[in-house]
Design a protein around this ligand. Structure first.
Ligand code: UN1
Length: 513
């Protein structure tokens, strides 16, 4: 593609000013509140969207409710067939959508393509799953009785996604929800609405051709107001939200107050442990990808490096050789490894964190500057930073969504490193590099890493969709994508069937009259 308008027209997008989509139809918005979207890569205006009004929100929810009544009656493999075709469309448009992700969000092209690949992967996964939404059968304590459980569709799933994975997170939720017989109302991040508009365009034809009712895959443009409305809305039994812990607590509270279900995928403060038995070649590749990949804006980004003191100086020296050479710039250029941050607010947060951590005693070893010059005129390009720090520093305890890597030293056994790694409020991803089985197994044991993801000789980011994705503590406890995460998108029903001519009571209770 030569220009972004080539990309848009290859995706069939003429108008970007949509406020909502019901899968088949679009609404242009009547709130009068528009939002201009500028690319963090070059500051150019790429789209103008309109915030959906309260009335439009209600309209979408009503359409979704209607759609659910029909969609839930479709056999799951038939719903899977629709998802299969969506996967095919994503394959066709992988390059265009990946480019748009890169342009709107700022992640490098390789990662933009990777994100679309994750969408394709979850489609494949969901198609297979559509034939195996299974429950258990149990033996009854009563004669001529049978017990089993079934999973039934839940209703509307509200999906609140973040800017950093503007489209993949939707697909992890939406494709599972779809085969489960649910309908989806997606509120993309207000920072990256264009890629969401693109997704709705990509699926639209498939939905039409398969006579999927209007309202199964909905998208609504809005800010926190719409998110909050959805969280409080009893018509939405499940809210799946990705974003900061602050946002997640609000959503969880609102959904909890009405006893709805929430699936929260919140902040991480992910660490890699390097023991004296680490293969440093492998480890350094993982550390650098984890720390500067997506410019440090993944929830799985590596934020802390916990290094045994016997190898500390060597690791530090080698990182300090690699960092200054990292190619920073336009993420659409192939040779670039570090793109911009999402916006200037993110840059301020980056600078502020570095400032504060130095006040606490942290030592800035490299990076931490905002790049200047014509190529970087947006003011969103920064040099990834490495800081020597201690785990208890206030800033080290926080998730700063930017490329800052904290080096932390430990000197004892692996247990000491694990205690440091666990010594934060978040619990998303974790990793150890060691070729010593005693160390790696301790890390994976009951008393090892307390995170939802614990890797050995692999970094903290870049999980495959086949596993359940999510974390503990302040990360929110939700699990999305693979394994049996689908169960959360359904309601479980236990059925007991008496095929005899007596009515024995459970627990042997006698009740004669
Ligand atoms: C996120 O940052 O919100 O494991 C998700 C990873 C990716 C997903 C990250 N598969 O880094």
């Amino acid at each position: 593609y030569h220009t972004i308008s080539d990309v848009l027209s290859s995706l069939g997008i003429q108008e970007t000013n949509a406020a909502y989509s019901t899968g088949l139809n679009w609404g242009t918005g009547n709130s009068g509140q528009t939002r201009a979207i500028h690319s963090p890569t070059n500051g150019k205006l790429i789209a103008q969207v309109t915030m959906a009004s309260e009335q439009e929100y209600d309209q979408v929810i009503t359409t979704a409710q209607q759609a659910f009544l029909e969609w839930r009656t479709w056999p799951s493999p038939k719903r899977g067939e629709v998802v299969r075709q969506i996967g095919q469309k994503l394959r066709e448009h992988k390059r265009a959508l990946g480019t748009l992700v890169s342009y709107e969000m700022g992640k490098i092209m390789q990662e933009g393509l990777g994100e679309v690949q994750e969408m394709i992967d979850i489609c494949d996964f969901a198609v297979g799953l559509s034939r195996q939404l299974h429950g258990y059968t149990m033996h009854s304590e009563r004669p001529t009785h049978r017990m089993y459980e079934q999973y039934h569709p839940l209703g509307i799933v509200g999906v609140i996604s973040a800017f950093n994975f503007p489209v993949a997170v939707w697909s992890w939720n939406a494709m599972l929800a779809a085969i489960c017989g649910d309908v989806v109302v997606w509120k993309p991040s207000e920072k990256t609405p264009l890629t969401a508009v693109a997704c709705q365009h990509i699926i639209q034809e498939v939905l039409k051709q398969n006579h999927v009712p209007e309202g199964v895959f909905n998208m609504i443009i809005g800010d926190a107001t719409i998110g909050s409305r959805m969280a409080h809305d009893e018509r939405v039994p499940l809210i799946s939200a990705t974003g900061s812990t602050r946002m997640g607590k609000k959503v969880g509270e609102a959904v909890g107050a009405r006893l709805g279900k929430s699936l929260l995928e919140l902040g991480g403060n992910n660490a890699i442990i390097l023991t004296q038995n680490a293969d440093l070649e492998m480890a350094l590749r993982a550390v650098v990808f984890g720390a500067v990949g997506t410019a440090g804006q993944r929830c799985t980004s590596t934020r802390r490096l916990i290094i045994h003191d016997s190898i500390y100086d060597e690791v530090k020296e080698r990182l300090l050789k690699i960092y200054p050479k990292l190619p920073i710039g336009d993420p659409l250029k192939e040779e670039i490894l570090v793109g911009p941050l999402i916006d200037k607010d993110a840059v301020s947060a980056f600078l502020k964190a570095l400032d504060e951590v130095q006040k606490e005693g942290g030592k800035l070893l490299t990076g931490g500057t905002v790049l200047k010059g014509e190529e970087f005129a947006t003011g969103t390009y920064v040099t990834p930073a490495i800081v020597e720090a201690q785990n208890h520093y206030h800033m080290v305890q926080e998730e700063t969504f930017a490329p800052i890597l904290y080096l932390i030293k430990y000197s004892g056994e692996v247990e000491e490193a694990i205690a440091i790694q666990n010594g934060v409020r978040q619990g998303l991803s974790s990793s150890i590099f060691s070729t010593n089985l005693l160390e790696t197994e301790a890390f994976l044991s009951h008393w090892g890493s307390d995170c939802g993801i614990a890797n050995v000789n692999i970094g903290t980011s870049g999980a495959e969709i086949g596993g359940a994705f999510g974390g503990e503590k302040d990360t929110g406890g939700g699990r999305e994508s693979g394994s049996d995460a689908w169960r959360f998108y359904m309601r479980r029903q236990t059925n007991t069937i008496n095929f005899g001519r007596e009515l024995p009571l459970a627990q042997g209770i006698r009740f004669e009259f």
